[in-house]
Design a protein around this ligand. Structure first.
Ligand SMILES: [Mg+2]
Ligand SMILES: [Zn+2]
Length: 181
């Protein structure tokens, strides 16, 4: 059976986003229903991977220990409802650093494809910002926009990659994916 892989943005998809950045575990708060949605995926045999821009590192707003602590909280919160996040890929750079990994660049997606040895064509990829959708589309993944986080603004601004599907939140995306099978 082929690997069922899904790639999720973090801020605004799994947890509540903040214009001031998520700088501590205390500031990391799940969007209602998102943890349970990940658990549904896990229990249906999906590998759930996170790809997140974290320029707060490059800006010096928080350090790696803090990012690890935030992710430990996220992993534990998902585990507590019976799910699992397989891996978290992050870009620590600022836009000025012109790296290959910061979305809309495709570097994190390519790394995920390499690590899991999968062709990303058609792999569902969920985000709330245009750059998430652009990174996904550039490797042939299937972009899903949630209206949580920056999603409503992203939808209003338009110019979404062709084939982008829009859902209220991650729980609705997951319901669609699981019901479609
Ligand atoms: Mg986001
Ligand atoms: Zn980067």
């Amino acid at each position: 059976m082929p690997l069922k892989l899904i790639i999720l943005d973090r801020d605004g998809v799994i947890n509540v986003d903040s214009a001031q950045f998520i700088k501590s575990p205390a500031e990391w708060k799940p969007i209602p229903g998102s943890l349970e949605a990940i658990a549904r995926l896990s229990q249906a045999g999906w590998r759930v991977v996170v790809a997140t821009n974290q320029s707060g590192i490059g800006r010096g707003l928080f350090d790696m220990d803090t990012l690890n602590a935030i992710h430990l909280k996220m992993h534990r919160a998902v585990q507590a409802v019976g799910g699992r996040i397989d891996a978290v890929f992050y870009c620590p750079h600022t836009a000025d650093e012109k790296c290959e990994c910061r979305k809309p660049q495709a570097g994190m997606f390519r790394r995920i494809g390499t690590c899991y040895n999968v062709d990303l064509t058609g792999v569902p990829s969920v985000g709330d910002s245009l750059r998430d959708l652009q990174a996904a589309a550039s490797v042939g993944a299937k972009p899903f926009l949630t209206l949580t986080g920056k999603g409503e603004k992203t939808q209003t601004e338009g110019d979404l990659p062709e084939g982008t599907q829009v859902f209220p939140d991650l729980a609705a995306v997951v319901a669609h994916l699981l019901d479609a099978r």
